[in-house]
Design a protein around this ligand. Structure first.
Ligand SMILES: Nc1ncnc2c1ncn2[C@@H]1O[C@H](COP(=O)(O)OP(=O)(O)O)[C@@H](O)[C@H]1O
Ligand SMILES: [Mg+2]
Length: 506
């Protein structure tokens, strides 16, 4: 007897349909899985047999051969436990429509279905392939039901599945996730706010500019001045996630198996802060069956790298690709895997152990710290903000500054101006402007031009700095809806380039 069931696996972001054929013959008892199965699939044999027996079913003492097709592809994980067990049990129990349903799930030894990674991805693909029903572990149910137009039947145990398929006790599919209702929650529910940060007015305004123009930033200052605190609050002033962004980010968390069963959609911009000892695989992504790294888990959010200069040099080197292309490519024997990785980089460092006063930093000391970071990488960071000690007079818990909500309103306005400006150019923010676009869109008032030229000469700044100052000034002007860049915009922008003098003769 041969039964056929449909299942899925994935590699990177690519879903692969797997046909499971099970042949059961009255011969010497044997149980084998063929079709280029990875080690974990082979281990499934023991698990499936035990799970079937512990669920109170009879495991046939026959020869069972399971073929996973297509055979040429290495199959990941344990997604096939559940369909294989069902196939074996179909010899005794009459189940309907086995070939019309998609099945995924790992089994535990007592016959319960365990959560799998990639549920959302699989559901999207199963729907595309024309399946109208998918049976999955209960914990994946909500995540998979995000996809409209496919019935998701969440299953707790093998026994429950058999009862459903034999029409003894049927389960109702979960209703499609109520997107509209969920999406309204994107705006609410913030538990951190910029107004909790005392003082740091320049850094705060600088961060507002960075968020408005999509600029990456480096926070420089002694410990305990609120760098981490400020960085953590950046998602609260960024515009809310759009539905598309929310789905993109959710997909990456789904592949990583990081979706909470009850809150399957990622509604907040992520904030990730890996430690500087983290490996390149954990930051960039990878592994035998490639998983997204921190850069992808920060997709559409913030990647905060504290003690930037202490990260391994190979990690810092590979950061360049996502910063340039908004994605990472990981090469594997099986082919290239790509994950989206568009994030705002917020780095921080303490450049001097001698003085906590920004104005008294020793340029040589800063240079030696910065040496560890390559120029092309530093080049991707438009703004350097000094975060010095908070003035005693500014430590005031009564009179809090502006709330994240107020700041966010201005940022959204400035972003809309940029969307309009760049609608023909396939970019969204000032930070992404090419050399050509800078000269097209950064028109300066006469006084502003003179001022910038004088400063360039005085400090012998590079052309690279010149462009960055223009980009930042453009964003500052956008925050007040000014069309032409004025002197005050230039002076403000210079404040956010505190390393310029040091870097220009680097
Ligand atoms: N500007 C500030 N306003 C309010 N609290 C602050 C400020 N700076 C530091 N703190 C307090 O000190 C703690 C440590 O700050 P942190 O952000 O980790 O500093 P850093 O990252 O610069 O070393 C914070 O959790 C906060 O309680
Ligand atoms: Mg810190």
């Amino acid at each position: 007897m041969v039964v056929k069931l449909n299942s899925f696996t994935f590699f990177g972001m690519q879903v692969i349909k797997v046909d499971i054929e099970i042949d059961i013959q009255t011969k010497v008892p044997e149980f084998e899985i063929v079709g280029l199965a990875s080690q974990s699939v082979k281990e499934s044999c023991r698990r499936i047999e035990t799970a079937i027996q512990n669920s109170g079913f009879h495991f046939p003492g026959k020869r069972i051969i399971v073929n996973l097709a297509p055979a040429g592809i290495k199959k990941n994980g344990t997604f096939f436990d559940f369909p294989i067990a069902l196939g074996i049990l179909s010899e005794r129990y009459e189940m309907e429509n086995l070939d019309k349903i998609a099945f995924v799930g790992e089994l535990s030894l007592n016959g319960e279905l365990r959560k799998i990674p990639g549920g959302l991805l699989i559901a999207i693909y199963a729907k595309k392939m024309g399946f109208d029903t998918i049976m999955c572990p209960e914990e994946n149910g909500k995540e998979m039901s995000i996809v409209d137009g496919i019935d998701v039947i969440p299953i707790r145990t093998l026994k429950e599945a058999i009862e459903h398929l034999c029409k003894i006790k049927q389960k109702t599919p979960i209703n499609t996730f109520n997107f509209k209702e969920i999406i309204t929650k994107i705006e609410e529910d913030e538990n951190v706010d910029m107004n909790e940060v005392c003082g740091q007015f320049i850094a705060r305004k600088g961060i507002e500019v960075a968020c408005a123009g999509g600029h990456n930033i480096l926070l420089i200052g002694p410990p305990g001045t609120g760098k981490t605190m400020l960085a953590k609050r950046i998602p609260s002033i960024l515009p809310p996630l759009s539905i598309e962004e929310s789905l993109e980010t959710t997909m990456l968390y789904s592949i990583s198996g990081m979706i909470e069963p009850d809150n399957p959609l990622i509604l907040k911009r992520p904030f990730r802060s890996p430690h500087h000892t983290a490996s390149d695989v954990s930051i960039i992504g990878g592994g035998k069956f490639p998983k997204p790294g921190e850069v992808s888990l920060s997709h559409n959010g913030v990647l905060y790298l504290d003690e930037f200069q202490l990260f391994r040099s190979n990690v810092l080197q590979v950061l360049r690709q996502p910063l340039e292309d908004g994605k990472v490519s990981i090469s594997r024997a099986e082919g290239m895997v790509e994950f989206p990785a568009r994030f705002m980089l917020v780095a921080s460092m303490n450049p001097s152990y001698k003085s906590s006063d920004v104005d008294r930093w020793d340029p040589e000391e800063i240079k030696s710290v910065l040496k560890k970071i390559s120029t092309p990488l530093l080049d991707r960071i438009d703004m350097h903000l000094a975060v010095s000690k908070v003035d005693l007079k500014d430590i005031n818990y009564e009179n809090r500054g502006e709330s994240s909500k107020q700041i966010k309103e201005r940022i959204i306005k400035a972003r809309n101006i940029q969307l309009e400006r760049f609608k023909k150019y396939n970019i969204f923010t000032n930070a992404e402007m090419s050399h050509k676009l800078v000269s097209k869109f950064c028109e300066l008032k006469k006084g502003a031009k003179d001022l910038l030229e004088a400063i360039m000469q005085k400090y012998s700044l590079s052309i690279r700095s010149y462009e960055k100052i223009l980009k930042i000034s453009r964003t500052i002007a956008d925050l007040t809806s000014a069309e032409i860049i004025e002197e005050t915009h230039i002076t403000e922008a210079l404040r956010y380039r505190c390393l310029d003098k040091i870097l220009s003769n680097f």
